[in-house]
Design a protein around this ligand. Structure first.
Ligand code: ADE
Length: 250
């Protein structure tokens, strides 16, 4: 069975496709699913596009049409937790939808009729991703050749594991990120897809893991050089960490 790998942006996916020598494209529901091999493993890589709905339909097709036995999401996120800095890596251990609010019928953030607001990632898969990310960050210069990475290596990029908040909003003001920190004090980072994939994987009983490079601090400067960061820095992290993870997989 294959491993599903998802990203939201072209810049994030393109480096991974270059690492797959033999990928074949299959189109389903206006998405291109790239089936091939990476480090000897069967892989289906796909661009989900941005936001919860796009991510949920893509994850569903990966499971239903391509029969993947686990899904890994890789991309960028805004840092929320103190000490979570641009260039760091966050491995999600659980997800919450910060914009889910069916109150007063259900408690704030609870997904109605699930009786829960948090959806956990798979502990085993997340542990493997954390190991791989730590290995890469411990020697960034060896794993990633791109010149732009050197700065982050010098600044001592770190790896974190914990809660990630998801919502259909690019968080780009200090006021908004402070409000999120108050609402969800343990959230390390914010992005726009993870909780949707976590919910689909929960529904199907498919293990899920997520790796996010911190591209911004979800504040007034969040949009500055965002795309450049993704293509020059984050995409290299994704390739390096996932390559390392796949190498270690038996
Ligand atoms: N992905 C990367 N940065 C983000 C932010 N500030 N808000 C939402 N998603 C993001």
């Amino acid at each position: 069975m294959a491993i599903g790998i998802m990203s939201a942006l072209h810049e994030e996916l393109s480096g991974m496709l270059q690492a797959m020598p033999d990928e074949q494209c299959q189109n389903v529901g206006d998405r291109a699913y790239w089936c091939g091999h990476w480090q000897g493993h069967d892989v289906v890589a796909v661009l989900s596009r941005v936001g919860k709905v796009a991510a949920a339909t893509t994850a569903t097709a990966l499971i239903e049409r391509f029969g993947v036995d686990r899904i890994v999401f890789t991309g960028v996120a805004g840092g929320l937790g103190s000490g979570v800095r641009v260039g760091d890596v966050v491995i999600a251990d659980s997800f919450v939808q910060h914009d889910m609010d069916a109150s007063p019928l259900f408690p704030r953030h609870e997904v109605p009729l699930y009786g829960r607001s948090m959806f956990d990632t798979d502990a085993n898969l997340s542990g493997q991703l954390l190991d791989a990310a730590q290995t890469v960050l411990a020697d960034l210069g060896r794993h990633v050749q791109a010149q732009s990475i050197v700065d982050y290596a010098l600044k001592g990029a770190r790896c974190h594991a914990g809660l990630v908040a998801t919502g259909d909003r690019f968080v780009s003001s200090r006021a908004e990120s402070q409000a999120l920190q108050l609402e969800l004090p343990t959230a390390l980072a914010v992005e726009m897809e993870g909780a949707a994939v976590a919910q689909v994987c929960h529904d199907y009983g498919v293990p899920f893991g997520a790796l996010r490079t911190i591209s911004d601090r979800a504040d007034d400067e969040a949009h500055t050089d965002f795309v450049r960061f993704v293509s020059e820095v984050a995409s290299h992290y994704s390739v390096a960490v996932l390559s390392q993870w796949l190498r270690q997989l038996t």
